[in-house]
Design a protein around this ligand. Structure first.
Ligand code: COA
Length: 337
């Protein structure tokens, strides 16, 4: 038996995913519940989005606390102790507060005593971007073990008088532990992509509360601290970049090498349109959008953990994780399980 090389052909260290974890809050907000809050219907929501319910954080529950639960499961799965971590990256747009970074609280509560940490703000692409950063640190030899968490409490920035947005999103957290492939033994990181459609950043945004529109009575009255979105433009953007990312993988590796596509859980119709564009069947997709809605940076790692549990991460086959969202930032993560 030959031992797999520990270095890739370009001389960098090979990287794998040692563990995956997820956490979602207990409370379910169903479409029937939303019918009582805004002018909508279960039929409209299911038909246009595929969403049936989403999870909502309990009062007092915070983003770092949810991230902690997902991280603990990922570390247990990886059989790695928190004090072995070199770096903690928390991808979120709904952190505990503007600063310090949510990863600092997470690292402390986790007991990651040796690690540095920072937050990564790329909205729904945050986990996919963070995973590529983690892999680069390990490839270069700067780090051995890196935790990447995507965690969001979007319910705290949703306007529950705006039916265009409030039906789409939910709360949750997902986590992955990256280390050398030799140590991880699975989930080889093969690369990814990162991009931005600059100039479109107002299509999906939380305008208030930053340095552009600092919090004032006026910004609160204008509801600028809630998420704003131009749904149709986002829809078209998402289908285009999703299809392009999958097509690039198809062109390079071919259809038979792809075991599963785990996209950002955005909207079932967006997923179906993109899959139709590239001519692939929907049974290649892992989706849990009906149960959680769109959880932004948390959606890909939650779905990866559930795909693992469902036996959908097939050893030796590719898993493709395309993500896209506010910014308009997009990117994918490619792993051979
Ligand atoms: N319930 C009932 N009606 C609703 C509704 C809701 N929750 N939300 C919007 N509508 C209405 C609109 O007001 C509009 O009514 P009007 O024609 O009287 O103005 C009508 O439904 C049709 O709206 P339209 O925008 O054409 O619907 P759509 O088929 O494009 O679906 C979205 C709307 C939001 C579901 C869709 O555009 C979408 O999913 N966009 C992407 C959003 C997203 O995923 N964002 C996150 C990206 S990371």
């Amino acid at each position: 038996m030959t031992t797999p090389p520990t270095q890739s052909p370009n001389g960098s260290r090979r990287v794998g995913i040692a563990g995956l974890g997820r956490y979602v809050p207990e409370r379910r907000l169903t479409n029937a519940d939303l019918e009582k809050i805004v002018d909508t219907s279960d039929e409209w929501i299911v038909q246009r989005t595929g969403i049936r319910e989403r999870r909502i954080a309990a009062p007092g529950e915070d983003t770092s606390g949810m991230a902690l639960r997902a991280a603990r499961q990922a570390l247990e799965d990886a059989r790695i102790n928190p004090e072995e971590l070199d770096l903690v990256i928390c991808a979120t747009v709904t952190g505990d507060q503007p600063f310090p970074a949510t990863s600092c609280r997470l690292g402390k509560d986790l007991g990651a005593t040796r690690a540095g940490g920072f937050d990564l703000g790329a909205a729904c692409s945050g986990f996919v971007f963070g995973s590529q950063v983690a892999a680069s640190f390990i490839q270069s030899g700067a780090c051995q073990k890196v935790l990447v968490v995507g965690a969001e409490i979007l319910s705290r920035i949703l306007d529950y008088t705006d039916r265009n947005t409030c039906v789409l999103f939910g709360d949750g957290a997902g986590a992955a532990v990256f280390t050398t492939l030799e140590r991880a033994g699975r989930g080889e990181f093969l690369g990814g992509s990162m991009g931005m459609d600059g100039g479109s950043e107002d299509i999906l945004a939380q305008p208030g509360g930053g340095s552009r529109f600092p919090a004032t009575h006026e910004t609160v009255e204008k509801r600028l601290h809630y998420m704003k979105m131009g749904g149709t433009k986002v829809f078209k953007f998402a289908v285009r970049v999703f299809a392009q990312m999958v097509q690039n993988v198809l062109d390079r590796y071919g259809r038979d090498d792809i075991g599963v596509i785990i996209p950002h859980q955005v909207n079932q119709r967006i997923i179906e349109s993109a899959m139709e564009t590239v001519g692939l069947p929907m049974d290649m997709v892992f989706s849990n959008i009906d149960r959680y809605g769109n959880t932004s940076a948390a959606s890909v790692p939650i779905a990866m953990r559930e795909a693992l549990e469902a036996g959908r991460l097939v050893p030796g086959k590719l898993a493709v994780m395309p993500a896209f969202g506010a910014g308009m930032a997009w990117g994918h993560l490619l792993v051979r399980w």
